[in-house]
Design a protein. Structure first.
Length: 95
């Protein structure tokens, strides 16, 4: 069975991509999580969730964290398979 990935926007923490393990109105526990810190080639997170990014070489997506609790989620968008391939293809941004 294929794992379902989501983009989650948190009120004060930013935008995250990964699997949802648990969810409440106040927080979401995610697995295999990357923060989408900066992107080019998409105008908004909705476009990233549908089509991915057109300029992956210019994006800044973090390392994958095994599990993370995200407080104050305000947007939860399921990712298409095209989006998942695009995001997974972005090189890890680190120093």
């Amino acid at each position: 069975m294929e794992k379902k990935y989501y983009i989650v926007r948190a009120r004060e923490a930013g935008v995250f991509y990964g699997e949802i393990k648990e969810r409440s109105s106040e927080e979401i526990t995610m697995k295999n999580v990357r923060k989408l810190w900066y992107w080019e080639g998409a105008c908004a997170v909705e476009q990233i969730a549908v089509a991915g990014v057109a300029k992956p070489e210019n994006c800044k997506f973090t390392v994958v964290v095994d599990e993370m609790i995200i407080a104050n989620p305000i947007q939860i968008i399921p990712c298409s398979e095209k989006s998942k391939k695009s995001i997974d293809g972005v090189k890890i941004w680190k120093i």
